[in-house]
Design a protein around this ligand. Structure first.
Ligand SMILES: Cc1cc2nc3c(=O)[nH]c(=O)nc-3n(C[C@H](O)[C@H](O)[C@H](O)COP(=O)(O)OP(=O)(O)OC[C@H]3O[C@@H](n4cnc5c(N)ncnc54)[C@H](O)[C@@H]3O)c2cc1C
Ligand SMILES: NC(=O)c1ccc[n+]([C@@H]2O[C@H](COP(=O)([O-])OP(=O)(O)OC[C@H]3O[C@@H](n4cnc5c(N)ncnc54)[C@H](O)[C@@H]3O)[C@@H](O)[C@H]2O)c1
Length: 471
């Protein structure tokens, strides 16, 4: 039997960070990985999707400016884009990440891990054997999510794309149908349209990006339509079949045919085949945790869950943040050091609740942090939304001819601080961190007046938002 201070299950970005922090705190750590060290993010999510999207954004930016527009004489070179994408995934090999992991002093155990009662993880190794790891202090589940597929007649025979095929495909399908209206659907419709596919986006609801401010979905829908995507709202797929091509039957009658169909219909936590029932938890559910990462449904505080699998915020950077904080908390508890669990303290992931940033890499980009107006109102804050058209800023006019974009700041009227900020427009991704600092540091608006944006940059939108608020 192998004994470690900590056993981490899942070597995605979250597991890597948690393991590294626990080890830096003086603990021995084993990391169990069933597929590739680096996780979904490195091979089938963030990195390959952004590698597909970046050339499209570079080309679109050149087209937005008279003078450089004339220099753009053709479409994207799809083969080169796919080749560059392959480079970012290291051709789906994890040697580099394994080198980092081992260099950080962590022990990699390849295989599928399952909880096997308190503080025990049974690993099914690639050679068909079994290895049981025990943890002196903690087991941390960092197993992420997998794509959710609806229960539709004919779906299995169609061999639909999930986010994995959509980020890893070696061919550009002539016609691609995308089902869903969330981030994956919007980003992948953008990417494959730019690579030359005819794309139809089938959205069950009435808007895109429903977790963001409504104007974000409206502007992104406009951008997709302008690029030639056929965006349809209020449509559900009731049946799918493949006969060479894919045929989708829609609820209101009618069909859509395509060469491939991507179902971007959300995620399910990877707890179905994880042995969670051996410690009293329900398979298939996210593992609920307190703000120091401990599973609330398990006695004695030895089980932690971090990243996508706990359902707090399904984003790589938030998983890494939790990994840093929870890994340190594990080490502190093991050493008998006191934790700092006050709001924004060293041992708690307060930003998960108050300041989650996200960038959607569509054209236009949509970037937000903290609460939307509707969320702030629901939470009982006394708020005011301050809106400004980004195109009216000098820096935006220079950035793109006829710049189209929108900004909103949600002001807490009682404290005169910001609860949330949203920017939509070309090039706003890199603006977001200024808002993340303002929201998480709870910078008073009276002090933001003294944070002078450089002229002429997109950042001048900050000044215009403050002026609009003051009237
Ligand atoms: C298409 C797409 C694009 C995305 N783009 C972005 C983006 O741009 N920015 C962003 O912040 N987020 C993005 N996300 C979300 C991001 O991918 C996730 O939030 C992130 O991967 C979560 O990290 P994680 O470590 O918690 O889980 P994962 O990355 O899913 O890693 C979990 C690891 O655990 C392993 N594992 C699972 N079960 C077991 C087991 N029983 N035993 C051993 N190992 C196991 C898996 O093999 C995997 O390696 C995107 C998601 C998708 C689908
Ligand atoms: N750039 C980024 O930060 C980035 C990129 C991609 C994904 N992610 C993260 O990954 C997670 C997963 O993204 P996602 O887009 O898969 O999920 P999501 O939950 O954001 O969106 C899923 C969408 O599918 C729709 N849907 C669900 N079931 C359906 C059905 N049967 N038929 C039609 N539509 C259906 C939902 O209404 C929703 O709009 C998100 O939390 C997201 O934040 C982040």
């Amino acid at each position: 039997m192998d004994e470690f201070d900590v056993v981490v299950v899942g070597a995605g970005p979250t597991g890597e960070n948690l393991a590294e922090r626990a080890h830096a705190g003086g603990l021995s750590v084993a990391v169990v990985e069933a597929e590739l060290v680096g996780g979904e993010c490195s091979y089938w999510a963030c990195m390959p999707s952004k590698a597909l999207l970046r050339p499209a954004a570079a080309l679109a930016d050149a087209r937005r400016v008279a003078g450089s527009r004339e220099a753009v004489t053709g479409p994207l070179d799809a083969a080169e884009v796919l080749k560059r994408r392959d480079g970012f995934t290291s051709n789906w090999k994890d040697d580099g990440q394994v080198k980092w992991l081992e260099g950080a002093g962590l022990v990699l155990v390849r295989g599928r891990g399952r909880l096997d009662g308190p503080k025990r993880v049974a690993v099914e190794t690639p050679d068909g054997g079994q290895r049981v790891l025990t943890a002196r202090h903690a087991v941390a589940v960092c197993t992420g999510t997998r794509a959710a597929l609806p229960d539709l007649p004919g779906l299995a025979e169609v061999r639909p794309w999930t986010s994995r095929e959509a980020t890893a495909s070696k061919q550009v399908p002539p016609r691609l149908a995308v089902v869903g209206g969330g981030v994956v659907a919007c980003e992948m419709a953008t990417a494959w349209r730019a690579l030359g596919s005819e794309v139809v986006l089938l959205v069950r609801g009435s808007r895109l990006l429903p977790r963001m401010e409504p104007f974000a979905g409206e502007l992104v829908a406009g951008g997709l339509r302008e690029s030639g995507v056929d965006v349809r709202f209020g449509v559900s797929v009731t049946e799918a079949r493949r006969d060479g091509e894919v045929t989708l039957t829609l609820d209101g009658g009618g069909t859509v045919t395509a060469d491939e169909v991507l179902f971007a219909t959300g995620r399910v936590p990877a707890t179905e085949d994880l042995g969670v029932e051996t410690v009293g938890l329900e398979p298939g559910r996210p593992i609920e945790v307190d703000s120091t990462g401990r599973a609330t449904g398990v006695a004695d505080g030895w089980l932690y869950a971090a990243g996508d699998v706990n359902g707090r915020a399904l984003l790589t950077h938030q998983g890494k943040y939790q990994g840093r904080i929870f890994g340190t908390a594990i080490a502190d508890r093991a050493a008998g050091r006191e934790l700092d669990t006050a709001d924004w303290g060293r041992s708690v992931a307060t930003a998960d609740e108050r300041g989650v940033p996200q960038v959607v890499f569509t054209d236009p980009e949509a970037a937000s942090v903290g609460l939307t107006l509707a969320e702030a109102e629901r939470a009982g804050h006394r708020v005011r939304a301050v809106d400004y058209a980004i195109g009216d800023v000098a820096g935006a006019a220079l950035y793109a001819d006829g710049y189209q974009g929108q900004a909103r700041a949600v002001v807490d009227l009682d404290r005169e601080t910001l609860l949330g900020v949203t920017f939509v427009g070309p090039g706003v991704a890199e603006l977001l961190h200024s808002a993340t600092i303002a929201v998480t540091a709870e910078v008073p608006l009276s002090r933001l007046w003294h944070a002078v944006p450089s002229y002429p940059t997109l950042s001048e939108v900050w000044l215009r938002l403050l002026e609009t608020y003051r009237g």
